[in-house]
Design a protein around this ligand. Sequence first.
Ligand code: RIB
Length: 312
Amino acid sequence: MIDTGQKCDVVILGIFVADLAFSARRMPVIGETIAGSGFAMGPGGKGANQAVASARGGAKTAFISRLGKDDFGEMALATWAREGIVTRISQSENDPTGAAFIFVNDQTGDNAVIVVPGAAAKITAQTVQDNAEIIENAKVFVTQLEQPVEAALAGLQLARTADTVTVFNPAPAEEFPEEIYALCDYITPNETEAASLTGIEVSSVEDAKRAGDALLEKGVGTALITLGEAGALFHNRETSQMIPAISVNKVVDTTGAGDAFNGNLAAALARGEDPLQAVRFANAAAGLSVTRPGTAPAMPTQKETAERLSRG
Ligand code: RIB
């Protein structure tokens, strides 16, 4: 599976899981059974979704991860082959590929997730070192916190040393070493994650700016705080600008919108777009993704996002 000697624009470290998505009017309470309105199984995991988003968003993309040798692992490999993603994957004989339970509210598209990383829980700093060259040769490196933090740290350190632009998506909200902040050219928390990192409740743009200031104080280059249907705040020492989300007719499923944002941000930065324009592109892609069911399957192509952006 290891694809040696390739140079990619965007390299993403993260997990793949099979998403098992159940739609219903509401979540059952403990001890209760309710009838749902839909079910779908498909490729997921934040890092893997971001890799699909980046590839569809126009970047030659590599993905570093760990799978089991099972049906869900086969689903992963088939997805990456179809999307033209360069795979830097090891496969465990013993550990299963991970899975996620996803509840989707069939009225609002809101979601709740339980994710079990499976084999990807054993990604280590050594896994990253084994892929040093492709990270060092990339234009943009992206990671999150679904795999062990030591691997995220090792990837960000390698990328920084090589002047590869770093995007750190601190999701889900887990603790991580303070030294990570100074390794982030871009940090991309949503409002909940920004609050957990800074202790500042984020319920307005002004709150987000204060949280952004706290993240700058900790050493990040630019804070990109995503605020759901309101859009994203671009905040650094020179510029603080709210980039509004695109308007959509009907929200079907919000799961993976953050992944659409991060993957497309990376793709746009890698092709040299001005950072504010890259955020506009990422916002539009995230807006399109929520109009479709699923996570990776909902990612728009570069052409679709560019057309939507050109309509304003
Ligand atoms: O960001 C959405 C993703 O988070 C889902 O695909 C699910 O697998 C969880 O990892």
